[in-house]
Design a protein around this ligand. Structure first.
Ligand SMILES: [Zn+2]
Ligand SMILES: [Zn+2]
Length: 279
């Protein structure tokens, strides 16, 4: 049984529709696939219909943007009740933060004497609903203010620079109990991934487990063999479920093909036993 517990459709930043993603998962020989768009559950119905048609198991999920000690932490939530009002309200806050960020960045740069408009950014973003910092960087390049995206981030957009605007994200210590209250199981995505650093050490993970964390994503492309071995040992010490997944984004991310990492069936069963549908 091949199980991939972390994928993105175009409902967030992937490039496949939920139905296309499911068809590709079946073609890739997966038996179980979780759809985990960023802060969004809107792809579930379409994915479920496609999964029923091709005869694979869909695990409805999402990847929630949270914070831990001022660092971004991605929290995978599996099978939460999509109608659980406190969770829906919190996700709305996260999404509002994303859409209101670009105008705030432009305002911050204008305060700093940079003649950039929201229209400039919108032009770079094309039709994307998710206009973001890379598009601000592209607009700055087009205006001749920086040479490339790297310079845009280093000089103007990174933390501590005039165009930096924090984005709302719930503390992970609040989000984990909320996911559990919604009947879901919570797993930290790529805990030692490229952007996360190692703020989530064993003591921190132990604390989060006490708050209801069910598992950690160990087998992820951001983790090399040594990190995976160390994370696996921590999971064993703390009795956390170990998951593995592709973090597939379609064409949006290279080297993340469906099924490139998978979850052991026994670990999958343990994870599902933590959801309300099995509790
Ligand atoms: Zn992530
Ligand atoms: Zn992801």
């Amino acid at each position: 049984m091949r199980i991939d517990l972390h994928t993105h459709s175009h409902r967030s930043d992937g490039t496949d529709s939920p139905a296309e993603l499911i068809a590709k998962a079946a073609a890739a020989g997966l038996d179980v696939v979780a759809l985990t768009d960023h802060d969004a559950m809107s792809g579930w119905a379409e994915a479920q219909q496609a999964a029923d048609e091709v005869g694979i198991t869909l695990v409805p999920g999402l990847e929630i943007s949270t914070n831990f000690h001022h660092r971004g932490v991605h929290l995978l939530a599996y099978l939460p009740d999509p109608a659980y009002a406190p969770l829906v309200a919190e996700l709305d806050r996260v999404l509002d933060g994303r859409t209101s960020r670009t105008p705030a960045i432009v305002a911050g740069l204008r305060d700093h004497g940079i003649d950039l408009t929201e229209d400039d950014v919108r032009r770079e973003a094309g039709g994307s609903v998710a206009a973001g910092r890379p598009h601000v960087a592209d607009a700055l390049i087009r205006l001749g203010l920086v040479a490339d995206r790297t310079e845009a981030f280093v000089e103007l957009l990174n933390h501590g620079r005039p165009g930096y605007i924090g984005r709302y994200a719930a503390p992970v210590e609040e989000m984990i109990p909320l996911v559990v209250a919604a009947g879901g199981a919570a797993v930290i995505a790529h805990p030692w991934g490229r952007r996360g650093g190692t703020v989530l050490d064993e003591a921190a993970l132990s604390h989060l487990r006490d708050l209801g964390l069910a598992g950690i994503e160990v087998d992820h492309q951001d983790h090399g063999p040594e990190l995976r071995a160390r994370l696996r040992a921590i999971a064993a010490n703390l009795d956390l479920v170990v998951t593995g997944s592709s973090d597939y984004h379609g064409l949006g991310k290279v080297d993340h093909d469906l099924g490139c990492n998978t979850t052991d069936p026994e670990q999958y069963e343990r994870l599902m036993s933590r959801t309300a549908s099995r509790r």
